[in-house]
Design a protein around this ligand. Structure first.
Ligand SMILES: [Zn+2]
Length: 436
């Protein structure tokens, strides 16, 4: 046990160091890349970016203190990668803020707490738009809202609930969330829940590898109810079995609000090529995530750093200090490791967009950064950097129309289809008494 724990501490240090060294390295590269030769491309990027409706489908809010004096998203907020100032600076028109609930025990008390936590976070997001800064942003509950709000020069704020655990076992909570403005629900998070299997079973909760083998019977009813209410089904975090079940029974297109591609980096949180093809057939969209660890596996890089430390006799405890000595051998050789195993950057993020476009098709790809929930890579560290994404897409030959669809057009199309597939008013069927 002790050895295992020591090993984890060691790898934790290495991982932390990798991140610090990575950021410094790639930021330097980024500056060097912006040369005079890029000016015409940047001018074109600014033009395309300004004309596009730019949406990000997944940003976390760091808890219920969000949108209070303690955590004010109306200022240039150093603790947030997404705030109203950075959105304006980066020309980002709208964002889905996630009312996230961590997976805990599946019992009455657990469901009650999860539901309450979701309500508090939904209230925080609504507070931002309706009470704190109604002059600068507005709650959007339809694609038409988004277009109107963006045209007025304001930020569109949308609400997603991350983890269907918060629904408990009461189907009427789907309508309750919908009435509060929630427009997508991520069926699960880390750990299986009452709805479905997760791609990351939670050992701490006693999860087996597979539990329902997809959707549970309740999960099937949740999917039908979300279809009926016009709520988008978000399959980021879902197991492949869940993904297949939902794709088979959903009457509307689905989304993966923040995922990458296994074809570029095999990671449980990324979608396989088979899933990307299912998404195309379903009419849905994958919103590419900007979490470095999903975009690129740091295993080889971490191994190289650990080897180097061992070779020159730097202990785990001295690793961080050694990395800060600019003239030391450790630092010199670390620069070589940076060159051999460059950390994830904007280019890796766009590699995942490229792959999704090749496999799922241009109409099925968008952006879901996961800022303030682990997202952010050199070149796309926060919303103020959003122009860099457009510039990189242009550099790779995407047209203005294609970039516009990736930045928001595709998501709005899916959302409209989800709305159209809903029952009239999402309530008509409720009035019909069940037969038998
Ligand atoms: Zn997530």
């Amino acid at each position: 046990m002790y050895r295992v724990r020591r090993a984890w501490r060691w790898w934790g240090l290495v991982a932390g160091l990798a991140w610090i060294a990575a950021a410094g390295h790639a930021l330097g590269a980024e500056c060097a890349e912006r040369t005079a030769a890029d000016e015409p491309l940047l001018a074109k990027a600014r033009q395309v970016h300004a004309a596009a409706l730019t949406l990000d489908t997944h940003v976390d809010i760091a808890g219920p203190q969000y949108a209070t004096g303690q955590l004010d998203p109306g200022i240039e907020q150093p603790r947030l990668r997404c705030d109203l100032v950075k959105m304006v600076a980066g020309g980002v028109d709208g964002v889905f803020l996630a009312a996230y609930v961590s997976q805990q025990a599946r019992n009455a008390e657990g469901y009650r707490r999860a539901h309450q936590a979701a309500l508090e976070r939904i209230a925080a997001i609504r507070r931002l738009a309706t009470a704190m800064y109604p002059d600068r942003c507005e709650l959007a509950t339809t694609p038409d809202d988004v277009e109107r709000i963006a045209a007025a020069g304001k930020r569109a704020i949308m609400i997603g609930v991350e983890n269907g655990y918060a629904l408990g076992t009461d189907l009427s909570n789907v309508a309750r969330f919908a009435d509060l403005g929630v427009r997508y629900i991520t069926l699960c998070h880390n750990g299986h829940n009452q709805i479905c299997d997760s791609c990351n079973p939670a050992a701490r909760l006693g999860d087996r590898e597979a539990e329902h083998r997809g959707l549970s019977p309740l999960g099937r009813r949740v999917v039908a109810e979300m279809n009926r209410r016009g709520i988008m089904i978000d399959l980021s975090h879902a197991a492949a079995s869940t993904f297949g079940d939902v794709a088979a029974i959903s009457k509307a297109p689905v989304i993966a609000s923040h995922s990458g591609c296994s074809g570029v980096n095999p990671h449980p949180r990324n979608l396989t090529d088979e899933q990307l093809r299912m998404l195309r057939a379903n009419g849905g969209v994958i919103q590419i995530v900007a979490v470095g660890g999903f975009l690129k596996s740091p295993a080889e890089r971490n191994r190289a750093i650990a080897d180097l430390a061992r070779r020159i006799g730097v202990s785990a405890g001295d690793l961080a200090a050694a990395s800060r000595q600019p003239e030391g051998r450790f630092r010199r050789e670390l620069a070589e490791i940076d060159r051999r195993y460059p950390p994830a950057s904007l280019k890796d993020f766009v590699d995942h967009i490229d792959h999704a476009v090749r496999v799922a098709g241009l109409d099925h790809v968008g952006v879901g950064s996961d800022f303030d929930g682990g997202g952010g890579v050199p070149g796309f560290q926060n919303h103020a950097d959003a122009l860099n994404v457009t510039a990189e897409l242009l550099r790779r030959g995407y047209t203005a129309e294609e970039i516009t669809n990736i930045w928001g057009g595709n998501l709005l199309r899916v959302w409209r289809r989800v709305q159209a597939a809903a029952s009239p008013e999402g309530k008509a069927e409720e009035a019909i008494p069940p037969s038998g």
